[in-house]
Design a protein around this ligand. Structure first.
Ligand code: ADP
Length: 445
């Protein structure tokens, strides 16, 4: 069943139940109050009739006219002996003689439904001829019966009249609620069939849940489109980067095939080139794998001394590259981190400084408020503002020719940023062209 039909049906069923309950409550309350009032009225009449019965013999038919003044127009008076036998009925209509009766020595009242009509009945004990008798005054509630009918019809018609606009209202409500869902479905279908990212039209005036649904969908599409474009860019950049070493390997292997057997110099050059390009490819694939593992659950966090990490990385890089690195650590800076990942970040920053500067390199570690801060400073070529904002992007290199010479792939800082962000930290650069750069990472302390 369609959602719109279901909404409509739900509204109609609830309204019908509500109307039935409300109308029945009104009807029964009205009936109860009216019957109660009729019995009260009949009590007064029966008091007057009881006074007459005390002085006039009801068996004497010539004197029964004395009861006529207080006799209900539609009703009767019946006298019942203690043996339960009827001793006489005074009435203007014979049909009332048929009504059921029983003896009671108490004053009692009741209303009852008999043969399609409502009746009020009051029983009053009458003492006469040293015996107790029961006088029953019964009135047929003709006008009340008519009122009940009229009320019944009015409530039913009113209910039906209310139901018609509510059916239309249910339809309108269904349309109103379903509009954004239908728009969402058609937007998704359009995205699927055209392969293009599309957004939902939003009415910024309303501030309701349906508006939130559209906004959330549009935000999700923005995010998906951004991620998709990034992924596409990443894959095309990665294949482009892998293309160069592959074509070098291919051309050297051809050379080797053609001249290698006869010319040892060509053989040596080709083998060396293939070896170095294979190493470059291996390093690139390793970096791509690190970037692909952007998952905080892979972190092996432990308490590590950031100063100690800076010192050990600096010592290794000093020995490997024969460059002076001055380390400055203020206090014991302990952080909760994956020490291998932190070392990788420090190696990336130090190797960049080694590549892009010739002077001494500084590395400092200190704490500031709730942050542990590690900075790597060099006095090299520096970066302009535009490059500073892009160097953390994957495959971005300021000078492609130079970085290729120095073995750079443009992935180092992207990896450093990803690893720092996995630790809920931040990486920033401050740099001036010709003066040098400072890369700073801050981690929760
Ligand atoms: P690469 O592997 O090419 O060095 P990175 O992502 O580490 O890739 O760096 C991106 C670019 O940022 C580099 O090509 C380089 O031009 C620039 N860069 C990085 N570090 C420094 C630095 N300390 N001084 C000047 N330029 C730098």
């Amino acid at each position: 069943m369609k959602l719109r039909t279901r909404i409509q049906l739900y509204i109609i069923v609830s309204l019908v139940i509500l109307l039935i309950v409300a109308n029945m409550s009104i009807y029964f309350l009205f009936r109860q109050v009216s019957l109660h009032n009729s019995v009260d009225r009949l009590h007064e009449q029966s008091r007057a009739l009881a006074e007459t019965a005390a002085s006039v013999d009801w068996k004497d038919t010539s004197r029964t006219s004395l009861f006529q003044a207080d006799l209900p127009t539609e009703g009767m008076v019946r006298f019942i002996g203690s043996d339960g036998q009827s001793q006489g009925v005074i009435t203007r209509a014979e049909k009332y003689r048929e009504l059921p009766f029983s003896f009671t020595s108490q004053e009692e009242d009741r209303t009852f439904y008999y043969d399609g009509s409502w009746y009020a009945e009051v029983s009053v004990p009458v003492i006469r001829d040293s015996g107790i008798h029961s006088m029953q005054v019964v009135e047929e509630l003709v006008s009340l019966q008519q009122s009940f009918q009229v009320l019944k019809y009015s409530l039913t018609i009113a209910g039906l009249i209310i139901l018609i606009p509510s059916i239309l209202g249910g339809r309108l409500l269904g349309n109103f609620l379903l509009r954004p869902i239908l728009a969402l479905t058609s937007t998704m279908q359009a995205i699927r069939s055209s392969g293009k990212w599309k957004r939902m039209n939003t009415d910024s005036r309303s501030n309701d849940e349906l508006q939130t649904l559209s906004d959330t969908f549009n935000e999700m599409v923005d995010q998906l489109e951004e991620n998709f474009t990034k992924q596409q860019q990443f894959v095309s950049d990665a294949s482009h980067e892998l293309k160069t070493p592959i074509s070098i390997i291919k051309s050297y292997s051809k050379l080797l095939d053609r001249w290698g057997a006869d010319d040892p110099a060509v053989q040596q050059e080709a083998v060396q080139a293939i070896h170095s390009e294979t190493e470059r490819m291996q390093a690139l694939v390793g970096q791509l794998l690190i970037l692909a593992k952007d998952d905080p659950s892979l972190l092996r966090k432990e308490t590590v001394d950031l100063g100690q990490i800076a010192k050990s990385c600096a010592a290794k890089m000093e020995t490997a590259h024969q460059r002076e690195i001055s380390v400055h650590v203020t206090g014991d800076i302990m952080v909760k981190a994956d020490s291998n990942m932190l070392k990788q970040v420090v190696y990336i920053l130090l190797s960049n400084s080694i590549k892009y500067s010739d002077d001494v390199i500084g590395i400092s570690v200190q704490a500031a408020q709730d942050q542990a801060i590690l900075s790597v400073t060099d006095y090299g070529e520096g970066l302009d503002k535009e490059d500073q904002s892009r160097i953390f992007d994957r495959f971005y290199r300021v000078d492609k020719a130079r970085t290729r010479e120095s073995g750079g792939s443009g992935l180092g800082l992207a990896i450093a940023k990803q690893l720092v962000e996995l630790h809920e930290g931040k990486i920033e650069v401050e740099s001036t062209i010709g003066e040098g750069s400072t890369f700073t990472i801050s981690l929760p302390y």
